[in-house]
Design a protein around this ligand. Structure first.
Ligand code: G3P
Ligand code: CA
Length: 283
C-alpha cells in the first residue's frame, strides 16, 4: 500500500513538472502565427548579446534597436544607492569581488563592468538606476527587476525606487517587477500609479498545483489586483495557463526563451511579451 502511494505521488509530481514540457513539443516552432504587434519584445539585461549585460552600453544598444521594453536588474549599495547589476556578487560581470551590499557607490564605481565581455567595453562602469533612467528618458519602457541578497530583501529599497521614478516622472514608462511580493506590495502602497509585475517560476502545475517565487508555495498563483504583468519561466507555459492569467486582467510575459524555435513557440502560445537575449530574430 505504502509503495502504491509513493508511486502515485511520484507520478503526479512528474506529470506536474513535465506536462508543459510535453505540451510544448507539439507547439508550432517553425513559423509565427500571430501579428508582430501582438507580442512585445523585451531586451533581457539590455541588449545583452551585443554589449555587457546591465550596462549603459547594453541599454543604449537596446534603444538603438527600438525594442518595446528594456529589462534590467537592481541592487542597493552599502550607502543606499540603487545600482544596476544582475548578481548580488561582483565577480561574474566586474573585476571586483564580494557582495554589492558591502560597497559604497563610490567604491562600486571603481570596478570595470565591461572587460569580461570584450576589450571595446573596457572601463564600462556599473550604472546607477538614475543614469539608466536619464538615458532611456521615456524612449522605451524600463522593466526593472528588484533583486535581494543573502541577508534577504534590501531595507529601504521600495522608498528609494518610488522616489527615483517620481523624480523622473517615469510612471508611464517604467514597470517594476520582482519574484519577491513584499517589494511589490510596499511600492503599491507608496505609489499606486507605478505599474507592477510579478515574477514566477511555474504555476498551476496540474494535477498538483504549486509554484515558486522567492519561496515555494502550494496552490495556484492568483495575481493581486495591483499587479498588471505576470512574467514566468517560459518552460512552464501552456496556452491554458496563459489564457487563465489573461482572464484575470494581467498581461503575460515569459523569460527567457532564446533560441529561435523557443521564441516562436512562446509567441504562438499567446504571450503578450517575450523577455529575451536574442534580439537578432526581430531587429
Ligand atoms: O525578467 C525576468 C528574468 O530576468 C529573470 O531572470 O535571472 O535573468 O534575472 P534573471
Ligand atoms: Ca532579470
Amino acid at each position: 500500500m505504502a509503495l502504491l502511494i509513493i508511486l502515485i505521488t511520484i507520478t503526479l509530481l512528474i506529470l506536474s513538472i513535465g506536462y508543459p514540457i510535453l505540451y510544448q513539443l507539439f507547439v508550432n516552432s517553425n513559423q509565427i502565427e500571430r501579428q508582430p504587434t501582438e507580442t512585445q519584445i523585451i531586451a533581457h539585461r539590455g541588449a545583452s548579446k551585443l554589449a555587457p549585460e546591465n550596462t549603459l552600453s547594453a541599454i543604449e544598444k537596446a534603444l538603438e534597436l527600438g525594442v518595446d521594453m528594456i529589462e534590467f536588474d537592481i541592487h542597493l549599495s552599502k550607502d543606499g544607492e540603487i545600482i544596476v547589476l544582475h548578481d548580488e556578487m561582483l565577480g561574474r560581470t566586474t573585476d571586483g569581488s564580494g557582495n554589492v551590499a558591502d560597497y559604497t557607490l563610490k567604491e562600486l564605481k571603481t570596478f570595470d563592468a565591461g572587460s569580461w565581455f570584450g576589450d571595446e567595453f573596457k572601463g564600462e562602469r556599473i550604472p546607477m538606476l538614475k543614469e539608466v533612467l536619464t538615458l532611456v528618458d521615456g524612449k522605451s519602457t524600463c522593466l526593472i527587476e528588484v533583486k535581494w541578497n543573502q541577508e534577504g530583501v534590501y531595507k529601504g529599497m521600495e522608498e528609494n525606487i518610488v522616489a527615483e521614478i517620481k523624480s523622473f516622472e517615469a510612471e508611464n514608462w517604467v514597470i517594476v517587477q520582482s519574484f519577491e511580493s513584499s517589494y511589490l506590495e510596499n511600492i503599491n502602497q507608496l505609489n499606486p500609479n507605478i505599474q507592477l509585475g510579478k515574477l514566477l517560476i511555474g504555476s498551476w502545475l496540474l494535477p498538483v498545483p504549486f509554484y515558486f517565487d522567492y519561496q515555494f508555495h502550494w496552490g495556484k498563483f492568483t495575481p493581486p489586483n495591483y499587479i498588471s504583468w505576470v512574467n514566468f519561466y517560459s518552460k512552464r507555459a501552456t496556452p491554458l495557463y496563459i489564457k487563465s492569467l489573461k482572464k484575470k486582467g494581467v498581461k503575460v510575459g515569459v523569460f527567457t526563451p532564446n533560441s529561435e524555435k523557443d521564441l516562436i513557440k512562446q509567441i504562438n502560445m499567446g504571450v503578450d511579451a517575450v523577455i529575451t537575449d536574442n534580439l537578432d530574430i526581430y531587429y
